[in-house]
Unconditional design. Structure first.
Lengths: 234, 312
């Protein structure tokens, strides 16, 4: 059974639809990357999973259970964590408090997990007491991902985690993504950086104008001349 | 008072003590009261994203509930204050559930206008229940002030008001920085959407915000009533200085509101001091104007306030 399946989803924010029947599927252990030009509806599809969208058709299932239009807090309770592209940390809270907020719904002792996160992101351990808003872009991204991982999610959704980052941080983030996936967490990731992201992906989806354009294994898409022309600069 | 022309200001102890006894201390007392109210205004603005014009009425309701409890139990207002805080919190949560919740997704201007309506309704309700006469917490017995260093006169109630205010602010600080709910309040103030995506039950945070805001408003109302007397317009008159304090400190910043409250309170009292010549610099009748002027100057000079709050 797939971890998450989005079937024929349509919807948008205002009157006009942005998504016109999108379908995506993530299986256990996969990294699925969604690429596409600006305005293709990549981020919108992610928000739809979290009930942040007005849906006009289609459905979302999490491990077979329907979660279409469910309240975001409920979706988090089901173990799905979402890291938005921007505004993904609480800027006036310290790094430590941000991670604590990530574990907000946990009732058990999450200190061991906290230690693991600090181990995974060593720069954060040094800046525990600093306000997250004062960190660099790359470190903020680490806080955002660490915060999401505090829950030990069953599915992690990342919206352009490397946008605006320097190449060094970009590589580091991709490495961390692979590391998280190795620990058994399936990942759904929207990326602008098609080449690097498809290289780590199990499968990729190409969205254009709110519709599925093509799909396939990450490496196949990388070698597809049409995709190369569209996104990889020939 | 000795005519100023005969004496050099700071060399003369009488002048110094006049200044401290009649301007500085009342300024601190008033400032503490404003600060307690302004913290609530700031918290509500940060988390619910609207300027609550009915916050003065929460003070009013709190002060009157305290009065009734005092009459009913025969205890000192400070003793029944916690119970009054609880009742006022219930009223605030009830008002939110009935009148503000349906507007949660609406523009903030709509909620602001709604809060104006709530203020009028609440004030009328108080006038119907308790009448329009003034009340007093004190029994009429005059308590002699403490006299320190021969000339420093401290009234007991002023000491109590300032100490209790400082204690309440310390409690608020601990709640916001040490408790799960307090941290969630700050998180939601940073970004309500991210708070929801994190799994924080935002409606519970909203309730906690009203409980804190209403409790502080009750304390502010009781302190104000204790310092002078209770009347049904007291909440309305507090609205302007409380907003001035919240804006001065940076709206949405509870710590800014504490500083803003003290600044506005001191500025109001000190503006009536005879800084030049023998007559007050500004007639005490213009006190409210001082708060208003501070608010306007701040909005022009630095709209985000001293502590970098939000901009209206």
């Amino acid at each position: 059974m797939s971890v998450l399946s989005i079937d024929n989803l349509s919807g948008g924010y205002g009157e006009a639809d942005i998504l016109h029947g999108i379908s995506l599927e993530i299986n256990a252990g996969e990294i699925v990357v969604v690429i596409g030009p600006n305005g293709a509806g990549k981020s919108t599809a992610m928000k739809a999973v979290f009930g942040l969208l007005r849906l006009s058709g289609g459905s979302v299932h999490l491990a077979g259970e329907e979660i279409t239009n469910m309240d975001p807090a409920e979706v988090v309770n089901k173990g799905v964590c979402y890291v938005p592209q921007t505004n993904n940390v609480f800027p006036t809270l310290t790094v430590h408090e941000n991670l604590e907020m990530g574990a907000y719904i946990r009732k058990d002792d999450f200190r061991p997990r906290l230690a693991e996160i600090y181990e995974m992101f060593p720069p954060l351990a040094e800046k525990k007491k600093q306000a997250a808003g004062e960190l660099s872009g790359g470190q903020r991204q680490m806080v955002a991902m660490g915060k999401a991982l505090m829950l030990e999610p069953t599915l992690l959704m990342l919206d352009e985690p490397t946008a605006g980052l320097s190449p060094i941080y970009r590589n580091e983030i991709f490495q961390i993504v692979r590391q998280i996936n190795d620990s058994g967490v399936p990942i759904l990731m929207v990326e602008q950086n098609a080449k690097q992201s498809l290289a780590v992906a199990s499968r990729g989806y190409v969205l254009v104008d709110g519709q599925n354009r093509t799909t396939g294994k990450g490496t196949d898409l990388l070698n597809d001349p049409e995709i190369a022309k569209m996104f990889l600069g020939g | 008072m000795i005519p100023r022309s005969q004496k050099c200001f700071w060399a003369d102890n009488n002048f110094k003590m006049d200044f401290i006894n009649f301007y500085l201390i009342p300024g601190l007392v008033l400032g503490s009261i404003y600060a307690l109210g302004a913290i609530g205004v700031s918290l509500v603005f940060g988390i619910l994203r609207f300027a609550n014009f009915a916050h003065g009425e929460l003070m009013l309701i709190g002060a009157y509930i305290t009065y009734s409890l005092m009459v009913f139990t025969g205890l000192h207002p400070l003793m029944v204050l916690p119970i009054a805080m609880l009742f006022t919190s219930l009223v605030a949560v009830g008002i939110d559930h009935t009148f503000y919740k349906p507007f949660r997704a609406s523009k903030s201007t709509i909620v602001i206008v709604a809060s104006f309506g709530i203020a009028l309704m609440a004030r009328s309700a108080v006038q119907i229940i308790w009448g329009v006469d003034t009340f007093s917490y004190s029994s009429g017995r005059i308590q002699m002030p403490m006299i320190l260093f021969d000339t420093l006169r401290l009234s007991h109630k002023h000491v109590w008001i300032v100490c209790c205010s400082v204690a309440l602010m310390a409690v608020i600080h601990l709640i916001l920085t040490r408790t799960r709910t307090g941290k969630a309040m700050r998180a939601m103030s940073d970004s309500a959407e991210l708070a929801r995506l994190t799994g924080i039950k935002t409606e519970n945070v909203v309730k906690a915000t009203w409980v804190l805001g209403a409790s502080l408003a009750t304390a502010a109302g009781v302190f104000l009533g204790w310092d002078s007397h209770l009347h049904s317009m007291m909440g309305f008159y507090m609205l302007l200085p409380m907003f001035a304090a919240a804006i001065l400190g940076g709206i949405g910043q509870p710590y800014g509101a504490m500083v803003g409250g003290l600044v506005v309170g001191l500025a109001e009292e000190l503006s009536a001091y005879p800084w030049i010549g023998d007559s007050p610099l500004l007639s005490p009748a213009y006190k409210a104007g001082v708060a208003f002027a501070l608010m306007i100057i701040m909005l022009i000079w630095r709209p985000s306030g001293l502590f970098k709050g939000r901009v209206f």
